[in-house]
Design a binder for this molecule. Structure first.
Ligand code: AMP
Ligand code: FES
Ligand code: ZN
Ligand code: ZN
Length: 308
């Protein structure tokens, strides 16, 4: 297989784009494709101060790499979840994120959940939701911490490494249940609705997971290969498998599923309900919440104190 641009040996064939490229031209294409997504969805501009949420995995480290190569002002943030003890998944992923930042002279904020709030994610899950997977709680805690770090550090937007496979799987889940509220909010950009809630952006939404992995490998980025051990057997992974089957029968199916959804939204499908939700300040942490007194994050810790 030959590179379409230079005739050299291709390292990747993106059949849905009918595009095979060599390593150098793939890197060039990948960066400019990301920049076009940033512009197309009006994610941020060159004056914005960005915070990229890094998990130590390929997507978020590739994103940090691309954004800094594009010249954006971008710091990283890693949330230490305490999964698998002292030398397990969280410790290993933190080491990857730290090594990446150090080698490039980039700033990484690290917030360790146990050190900051008293309990790790598995411990908190054990106390508050015995027997249930910690993933939903983990998502809630990560969102809260990201908003706090962005607010305190004066960042304009939080960027995450969600790729097309992630977004298509969530879209499928939401569509199968016609969860119109979630569908209305699923987008490449989530604008800020409150001074303490930063804008959320996902510059990789149009990139297949295979492409972000190829970028990380070609660029020599050292990332953690393992998935979170709690994700094993999750519905998201099941839907990713279904979508892969679909893609193997019908080239470009994932991309068109997602892009047609965005098009349908532009045409008025799933418009947000007329009345905006009323937001109150949480009495404990000050972050906005639809609840009357305490936000979901603070209720979690208060419940833990009650039980303890
Ligand atoms: P996941 O939900 O694990 O697929 O992660 C989706 C995105 O969330 C990643 O691409 C990161 O941008 C961000 N993320 C996940 N885990 C962490 C973490 N421990 N610390 C900071 N950001 C994270
Ligand atoms: Fe949070 Fe797995 S439970 S990353
Ligand atoms: Zn080439
Ligand atoms: Zn709160």
């Amino acid at each position: 297989m030959k590179c379409r641009k230079c005739g050299g040996v291709a390292v990747i064939n993106m059949r849905h784009h009918r595009l095979a490229l060599c390593a150098d031209h793939f890197v060039e294409w990948f960066i400019s494709y990301t920049q076009r997504a940033i512009e197309r969805y009006r994610m941020f501009g060159s004056d914005d101060q960005l915070l990229v949420a890094v998990s130590g995995g390929k997507d978020s480290l590739a994103l940090w790499d691309v954004l800094s190569r594009l010249g954006y002002r971008v710091d990283g943030m890693y949330v230490g979840l305490g999964i698998d003890g002292d030398d397990g998944y969280s410790a290993a992923s933190q080491a990857k994120a730290e090594a990446f930042a150090e080698a490039r002279g980039l700033t990484l904020h690290v917030v360790d959940v146990k050190q900051t709030y008293g309990e790790s994610i598995p411990e908190l899950a054990q106390m508050t939701r015995r027997g249930r997977k910690p993933c939903a709680l983990c998502g809630l805690v990560k969102r809260h911490i990201m908003n706090r770090v962005a607010y305190e550090g004066g960042y304009d937007a939080i960027a995450t490494g969600h790729n097309l496979d992630d977004e298509a799987a969530v879209l499928m889940q939401n569509t199968l249940r016609w969860q119109t509220g979630y569908l209305a909010r699923q987008a490449p950009v989530l604008p800020s609705t409150h001074p303490r809630l930063a804008r959320k952006v996902k510059p990789f939404v149009r990139l297949y997971e295979r492409e972000t992995a190829a970028y990380a490998i070609v660029r020599g980025i050292d990332y953690i290969y393992d998935e979170c051990p709690h994700a094993v057997g999750s519905t998201t992974i099941f839907y990713k498998g279904l979508l892969n089957q679909l893609e193997s029968r019908s080239l470009g199916a994932k991309l068109s599923f997602y892009l047609s959804f965005l098009q349908a939204k532009r045409e008025g499908l799933f418009s947000e309900p007329g009345e905006a939700l009323e937001l109150n300040d949480c009495q404990r942490c000050g972050q906005p919440t639809t609840a009357p007194e305490l936000c979901a994050f603070c209720r979690l810790w208060v419940r833990r104190i009650d039980k303890g």
